[in-house]
Write a protein that binds this ligand. Structure first.
Ligand code: ADP
Ligand code: MG
Length: 356
């Protein structure tokens, strides 16, 4: 089931929680809605679910207008951050719940309910725990029960709001990999909300980056990480170094480094900001034909398999950081205080007046 939203806006008083949001979520994909707290992720999810209404705009399921349809009618499975299991019901009954409350003529016979619940227990790897109460499960197990419960009624779409948010880091990591594998088996169109960049990049087929009630970018994890469309996405998706630069007729100047900047062909001596991630900087001792940014080494910090090198730009004094593999750091043999050239293998340049 594909989902499309068109021109959704939602205000709370004077505050625009969603501001003219349009997007298409293709059928069978696992989509992450990623953004900082307050960016409108939950509001968008709840409007798609039919739990909240938009002030303006349309929600389409499989190309058909679903705006007026109730949550139940939309056949949406929902998993929240806080388990919301029925505490006095066994795991089995929690999962069976959605089937038992169906109107009589749609309700499957008891035999069917039992086999469906057991099938789901297998799917979420909780066979053998059917008789337990939620209080007798770990946090991760409870979220798997919540997921099985959402899947029991064969939802047309699965919506998950920070499903692993309340779990500790280790369990989160396990569960998100498990969700990825589960999705590969069941292929139900799924949207999950997260503010955790790593979670979105690792798990999703498609990442929707949100900020201030708007969608900044939609793309594969690789696209949004490697080719962010603006400074916000670049910053939000991972540690970046920021370099003040000037752009002029398709070229950019960053200290001693001059590079092609074809996107800025029309620029006439304008200020810009260039971004490079720490692992995208090579360090060279001598100035080569392709010049680097002249800098001084201020710190060398081995961290597990990598070495973080703190640097300071010679012309502006701006601090930045490069990340080297242990082996290449050893070969370079850098010392604090020495002059080097930092050469970016990937540089994203945004004109300064770009609205963040
Ligand atoms: P996110 O899930 O990205 O953290 P939300 O969609 O929950 O963001 O909220 C977006 C903004 O809308 C927040 O600033 C929040 O305070 C506001 N908001 C959400 N729901 C309500 C509500 N029922 N009443 C008032 N403000 C709300
Ligand atoms: Mg939220």
């Amino acid at each position: 089931m594909s989902i499309e939203v068109r021109n959704l806006s939602r205000r709370f008083g004077a505050f625009a929680a969603l501001d003219d949001v349009s997007a298409v979520f293709p059928s069978g994909k696992l989509v992450a809605l990623l953004g900082p707290s307050g960016s409108g992720k939950t509001t968008l999810l709840r409007i798609i679910a039919g739990l909240e209404s938009a002030d303006t705009g349309t929600v389409l399921f499989e190309g058909k207008d679903a705006t007026a349809r109730s949550a139940r009618d939309r056949r949406v499975g929902f998993v929240f951050q806080h388990y919301a299991l029925f505490r006095h019901m066994s795991v089995f009954e929690n999962i069976a719940f959605g089937l038992r409350v169906k109107p009589r003529r749609e309700r499957p016979p008891e035999e069917k309910i039992r086999s469906r619940v057991h099938e789901l227990l297998g799917l979420v790897q909780l066979e053998g725990l059917a008789g337990r109460l939620p209080g007798q499960l770990s946090g991760g197990q409870r979220q798997r029960v919540a997921l099985a419960r959402a899947l029991a009624v064969d939802p047309s779409v699965l919506l998950l709001d920070e499903p692993f948010g309340a779990l500790d880091a280790r369990v989160r990591e396990e569960l998100r990999r498990w969700l990825r594998r589960l999705h590969d088996e069941i292929h139900v169109t799924s949207l999950f909300v997260t503010h955790d960049v790593e979670e979105a990049l690792e798990v999703a087929d498609v990442v929707v980056v949100m900020n201030h009630g708007r969608i900044e970018q939609v793309g594969t994890p690789d696209e949004v990480y490697e080719r962010p469309v603006n400074a916000f996405v670049c910053n939000f998706l991972g540690h970046v170094n920021l370099f003040h630069a000037r752009v002029h007729e398709g070229r950019a100047q960053i200290g001693t480094l001059e590079v092609e900047a074809p996107a800025h062909a029309a620029a006439r001596d304008r200020q810009a900001i260039a971004y490079a991630r720490p692992h995208e900087l090579d360090i060279e001792r001598t100035r080569t034909s392709e010049s680097g940014i002249e800098s001084t080494v201020v710190q060398i910090l081995p961290v597990g398999p990598i070495v973080r090198v703190g640097l300071r730009r010679s012309d502006t004094g701006e601090p930045f950081e490069a990340e080297l593999g242990k082996e290449s750091a050893r070969r370079l043999g850098l010392t604090v205080g020495e002059r080097v050239f930092a050469r970016p293998s990937n540089l994203r340049i945004f004109a300064e007046d770009y609205v963040i």
